[in-house]
Design a protein around this ligand. Structure first.
Ligand SMILES: [Zn+2]
Length: 55
């Protein structure tokens, strides 16, 4: 019953629509080998600039 939910949480390849595999710092498509980096997930700890949120 929960398989669909778990699959929905996984990113899919924009080219094939295949559920992508988890790689260190990225996801990779097992079908075509496309690799997507987790730019918006991995936060550099050295970031000390002004806050993005102005509020
Ligand atoms: Zn693919």
């Amino acid at each position: 019953m929960s398989f669909d939910n778990e699959l929905g949480a996984q990113p899919r390849c924009p080219t094939c629509g295949v559920v992508m595999r988890d790689e260190p710092g990225a996801t990779m498509c097992p079908s075509c080998g496309r690799r997507e980096a987790h730019d918006d997930v991995v936060m550099p700890p050295s970031f000390d600039g002004p806050a993005i949120r102005g509020g």
